[in-house]
Ligand binder design. Sequence first.
Ligand SMILES: [Zn+2]
Length: 256
Amino acid sequence: MKRSRPLKRKTKRAEPKRVEPDAVDPRSVDDDPVVQGILTAISQKRLKPGAKLGEDKLASAFGTTRIHIRQALAHLASRKVVMQIPNRGAFVYRPSWEEAQDIFAARRVIEVAAVAAAVDRLDKSGRAALKAHMELETRHDRNDRWASLSLTAEFHILVAKLAGNRVLLDMSRELMLRTSLAIATFEQPGEPDCSPDAHPDIGALILARDKAGAIHAMRHHIEEMEQRIQPKEGADEVDELTAIFKEIGARSRAGA
Ligand SMILES: [Zn+2]
């Protein structure tokens, strides 16, 4: 059948050239102050897995509207750091034990690749950035727990930056956050994710362009982190979200 042109002209106004939604860089949403604030609180372990993220409280804390908060929470849910439950609200994501193990398995793959590429691509500016960061980690006050947590995470982000791969960098950022949630869930909250002496070793090996050594040290560092988490046992450790979902399931069955 021949195309009927008049139908196409049903709307008089010419369609403006639309920018496709995928042209919006989701990373730009990360710069939102609410998103930034929540991400920082999670990476510094001030916000614990399972913590309720009330819209009203957040709106007044950030001096913004509930709509803005809702948008920020929806974005964070897409990043798997927030969990939204219908009629219940938003909570800091709490990974399962299986997921926590998957996070570390993914980190081994990603960070070994990142450190190898970082050695390959190391140039003058990368060398300077790495030295400057190592200097910072040595000099900062380790009693300042919050600063210390951010700095150790930054080391891993820097290695991914030195690898010069934008996708790998995004994945590393995501994995760092999810690691913080895994460690906070399965270890004592407030503890640093990284053992403090591992980074100088890895940094020195990158600067020496010892690829095999740097890979070995990074893998060992991540394995060490992973060994610190333990599955929680006993009835008192029943996952809060699991309990909530059970209740919702029971309700919807009751309503049906
Ligand atoms: Zn580390």
